[in-house]
Design a protein around this ligand. Structure first.
Ligand SMILES: [Zn+2]
Length: 91
């Protein structure tokens, strides 16, 4: 069975393994891990904040929650796409 075809995630070019002609990019994204800042809130506001938070969480699916907190993916880019992308990875 032949290997599944690898495609550049940007331009769709067919990538050939073993030729050093493409790049593997591993992305790991986290939500800000510091605890929410509740200082300066009265006890009543604080309880309301927590209520809101629980409401938000209840409305989200497990997958959505996971995506919010942590996301990991691998993308493949052909050489020309990589060279463009790496200039402005967040662009
Ligand atoms: Zn490409």
């Amino acid at each position: 069975m032949p290997d599944p075809q690898l495609l550049c995630h940007r331009c769709g070019a067919i990538l050939t393994t073993g030729e050093g002609s493409f790049f593997v990019i591993k992305l790991e994204a986290f939500a800000d891990p510091s605890p929410p800042n509740f200082t300066g809130l009265s006890e009543r506001d604080l309880l309301r904040e927590i209520d809101d938070l629980i409401d938000d969480i209840n409305e989200m699916s497990e997958q959505e929650l996971m995506d919010e907190v942590y996301r990991k993916m691998t993308i493949l880019l052909c050489r020309p796409c990589y060279l463009q992308w790496i200039q402005a990875p967040a662009g």
